[in-house]
Design a protein around this ligand. Structure first.
Ligand code: Q9C
Ligand code: ZN
Length: 350
């Protein structure tokens, strides 16, 4: 198994996020990835690689994200510091939005104020952006691109071992700790490499709203997500079972929300449903945005999977017998995230 890891991930290290009216330490920390690397040193289930520098990354990013959004991300830190030199000591967080209600606000007059521009692109105030965020996110996308290319080259299982995560990032929005949608970059690269149908099976605790939105009107990429019911769980405003895709994409999005408190048995039978949907679609490859925040000890999530369960998750994914790209998503029980992630990889084999 080729594991492309992001050697620049620690350049993104958000300090605090807004949570219920106060600032709390950011859950999405560099230590998470270090724990996975440490566990891989103990259990070398794959070969650790840097993504090649000569892959066409900018072209791959433009296939998934709008040029305006990419330009915003590339210049966001400079824009933040230009507002006020003192901002250089603080992370950028969104705090004002053009609320989507009739007659409330206009979106046809692009604001020049940076705080307002951030509010055009960020959907929450929990996603800190700092000096190294763009470089870290870009290198993570390079890992996803490399993982997809390796699959096209004949590998059976590859991984983009990276942070910040990606599955909440949409065509022109960031949020949920995500900036660039690594799973979507991988899926689109597989399509562009000549595969006719690609499936995305998102097993993070949170609905993969960014990925769903990117592929919502397309029939060539099936998106499936198992997640906490958005009526009570983040990201709240998408992820319901009646979202089935639009236009040509109708029938090619499947959401499987589960109540907070769901344990492994019910979760695993839902995974079987998801696997059946994937196999009915008859894809040539699979992308799995892998969140380990379904773990019982996760501080911000509500399912109760145990460490040993992740071996079975890996084996179930392997049973599809499809070339598979894994992207690293959430998982905030930091001390256990390495064991849980490597258990999935061990279950997957090869
Ligand atoms: N302070 C991913 O797992 N904030 N994103 C929850 C806790 C948002 C999770 C509130 C959680 C986003 C990739
Ligand atoms: Zn998550």
């Amino acid at each position: 198994m080729k594991i492309f890891h992001n050697a620049r991930h620690a350049e993104h290290a958000g300090r605090q996020e807004m949570f219920r009216g106060r600032m709390v330490d950011c859950h999405e920390s560099p230590a998470r990835l270090q724990h996975v690397l440490d566990e891989l040193a103990r259990r070398p289930v794959g070969e650790l690689l840097r993504p090649p520098a000569d892959l066409p990354l900018d072209a791959a990013l433009r296939k998934v994200h709008s040029p305006e959004y990419l330009q915003f991300l590339a210049g966001a830190w400079d824009g933040w510091v230009a507002m006020d030199p003192a901002n250089a000591t603080r992370d950028a967080l969104a705090s004002v939005w053009p609320l989507a209600q009739p007659h409330a606000f206009r979106t046809d007059k692009p604001p020049q104020n940076f705080a307002a521009r951030l509010g055009q692109y960020a959907f929450d105030s929990g996603t800190p952006l700092m000096a190294g965020s763009w470089a870290a996110a870009r290198e993570g996308a390079a890992c996803a691109l490399a993982a997809a290319h390796a699959l096209l080259g004949g590998e059976r299982v590859t991984m983009a071992l990276t942070r910040p995560p990606g599955h909440h990032a949409g065509p022109a929005f960031m949020g949920g700790y995500c900036f660039i949608n690594n799973g979507a970059v991988a899926a689109q690269t597989l399509r562009d490499g000549g595969l006719q149908r690609v499936a995305v099976l998102d097993v993070d605790y949170h609905h993969g709203n960014g990925t769903q939105t990117i592929f919502y009107d397309r029939s060539d990429v099936l998106t499936v997500s198992i997640h906490g019911d958005p009526r009570t769980e983040y990201p709240f405003f998408l992820g319901h079972a009646d979202e089935r895709g639009a236009g040509a994409g109708e029938g090619f999005n499947l959401n499987l929300p589960l109540p907070r408190g769901t344990g492994f048995e019910a979760w695993f039978s839902t995974l079987q449903r998801a696997l059946q949907a994937v196999s009915d679609f008859a894809p040539q490859a699979l992308v799995v945005p892998l969140g380990l925040d379904t773990f019982e000890g996760d501080p911000i999530s509500g399912f109760t999977l145990r460490s040993a369960d992740y071996l079975q998750v890996g084996r179930a994914l392997a049973s599809l017998d499809l070339p598979t790209v894994i992207t690293m998503e959430g998982g905030y029980a930091v001390a256990e995230v390495g064991v849980n992630a490597v258990n999935v990889l061990e279950g997957l084999g090869t």
